[in-house]
Design a protein around this ligand. Structure first.
Ligand SMILES: *[C@@H]1O[C@H](CO)[C@@H](O)[C@H](O)[C@H]1NC(C)=O
Ligand SMILES: *[C@@H]1O[C@H](CO)[C@@H](O)[C@H](O)[C@H]1NC(C)=O
Ligand SMILES: *[C@@H]1O[C@H](CO)[C@@H](O)[C@H](O)[C@H]1NC(C)=O
Ligand SMILES: *[C@@H]1O[C@H](CO)[C@@H](O)[C@H](O)[C@H]1NC(C)=O
Ligand SMILES: *[C@@H]1O[C@H](CO)[C@@H](O)[C@H](O)[C@H]1NC(C)=O
Ligand SMILES: *[C@@H]1O[C@H](CO)[C@@H](O)[C@H](O)[C@H]1NC(C)=O
Ligand SMILES: *[C@@H]1O[C@H](CO)[C@@H](O)[C@H](O)[C@H]1NC(C)=O
Ligand SMILES: *[C@@H]1O[C@H](CO)[C@@H](O)[C@H](O)[C@H]1NC(C)=O
Ligand SMILES: *[C@@H]1O[C@H](CO)[C@@H](O)[C@H](O)[C@H]1NC(C)=O
Length: 224
């Protein structure tokens, strides 16, 4: 009885330590001179006035995750409302992805060979300049998209508060890569020439996905 109790206490403590040791910390900072409503799935969301930071702990093994920023939001005290860009079904604390256009950070932790994978993506367009930077484990490959995309956006892709990806606007096989093979287009090159590290069309992973050892912490900065 006592042994069982001690054993289960041991496992609870061991598992708690393991989870704490393996969780990654993401610092999300708003360096824009306007308010950004940061969004994370998993993670929720938080209003960030200029210079504010939201520290998010993410569980080891998390995959298919996204971080992005929302602009021009209004929420009531219950956290219901709308945003001009990046809206996630009208709630402050997102549990679904945002509406295009929104600049995305995509990541997966502790995957193949215990590596983290991350990229900055404009496959859902662009709304806020951002950078994503590993902070620990000697991993140094920072990725960003900080060009003035909103002002330079081709007229056909312009959207309120941002610049759409051509797939969102035209919904064709060529732009959305419904075929198994597809390549860059004039529109994807508009993004890629301005932001060489980003994922600019659905099959762009070769040049745009980066890795760090599992357990690395990261920083996302809006308007770095
Ligand atoms: C994350 O931000 C918090 C609050 O600003 C700070 O205390 C902490 O040192 C930061 N963590 C990293 C890894 O930069
Ligand atoms: C924010 O910065 C931009 C460019 O740096 C500037 O044009 C704008 O006036 C600033 N807005 C505010 C509210 O400070
Ligand atoms: C943000 O912080 C920087 C340096 O820490 C400071 O120069 C700047 O005035 C701050 N901006 C705002 C809007 O608080
Ligand atoms: C995140 O994890 C750190 C270190 O494990 C802990 O100090 C901090 O309280 C956690 N923050 C949140 C918001 O859970
Ligand atoms: C969005 O917010 C920014 C900064 O607060 C403001 O300058 C801009 O006019 C707003 N845009 C719209 C369409 O409301
Ligand atoms: C907020 O939205 C949720 C989900 O749509 C709803 O259940 C809740 O009643 C809303 N709260 C308010 C105060 O409108
Ligand atoms: C980072 O690299 C330095 C120099 O190469 C090395 O001394 C240090 O142990 C490394 N740290 C980690 C956490 O790998
Ligand atoms: C963005 O990335 C490019 C290419 O890696 C780099 O030259 C530039 O300094 C970065 N900019 C910022 C603000 O991090
Ligand atoms: C695949 O691409 C070819 C050539 O671009 C096109 O003819 C075909 O209709 C596409 N298939 C689908 C399913 O979109």
């Amino acid at each position: 009885m006592a042994l069982t109790k001690n054993l289960s206490a041991f496992f609870v403590i061991a598992l708690t330590c393991l989870a704490a040791a393996q969780a990654a910390t993401l610092n999300i900072t708003n360096s824009c001179n306007y308010t950004v409503w940061a969004a994370a799935v998993p993670g929720g969301g938080q209003r960030l006035d200029p210079n504010q930071t939201w520290t998010l702990n993410v569980t080891s093994g998390t995959s298919g995750a996204r971080l992005w920023g929302r602009t021009n939001c209004t929420f009531d005290s219950a956290g219901n409302g709308t945003c001009l860009t990046g809206d996630c079904k009208g709630v402050l604390e997102c549990d679904s992805f945002g509406t295009a256009p929104n600049t995305l950070v995509e990541y997966a932790l502790n995957q193949y060979n215990n590596l983290d994978f991350y990229d900055v993506s404009v496959v859902d367009g662009f709304n806020i300049p951002l950078s994503f930077t590993p902070l620990t484990n000697n991993c140094t490959r920072s990725v960003n998209c900080t060009a003035n995309i909103n002002d330079e956006c081709p007229s056909q892709l312009k959207a309120p508060g941002g610049c759409n990806n051509p797939c969102t606007v035209f919904k064709t096989s060529e732009y959305c890569c419904m075929n198994t093979t597809c390549g860059p287009t004039d529109y994807s090159k508009f993004f890629k020439t301005r932001c060489p590290d980003v994922f600019s069309y659905p099959k762009d992973d070769v040049t745009s996905t980066f890795t760090c050892p599992g357990g690395t912490d990261y920083s996302l900065v809006f308007c770095p």
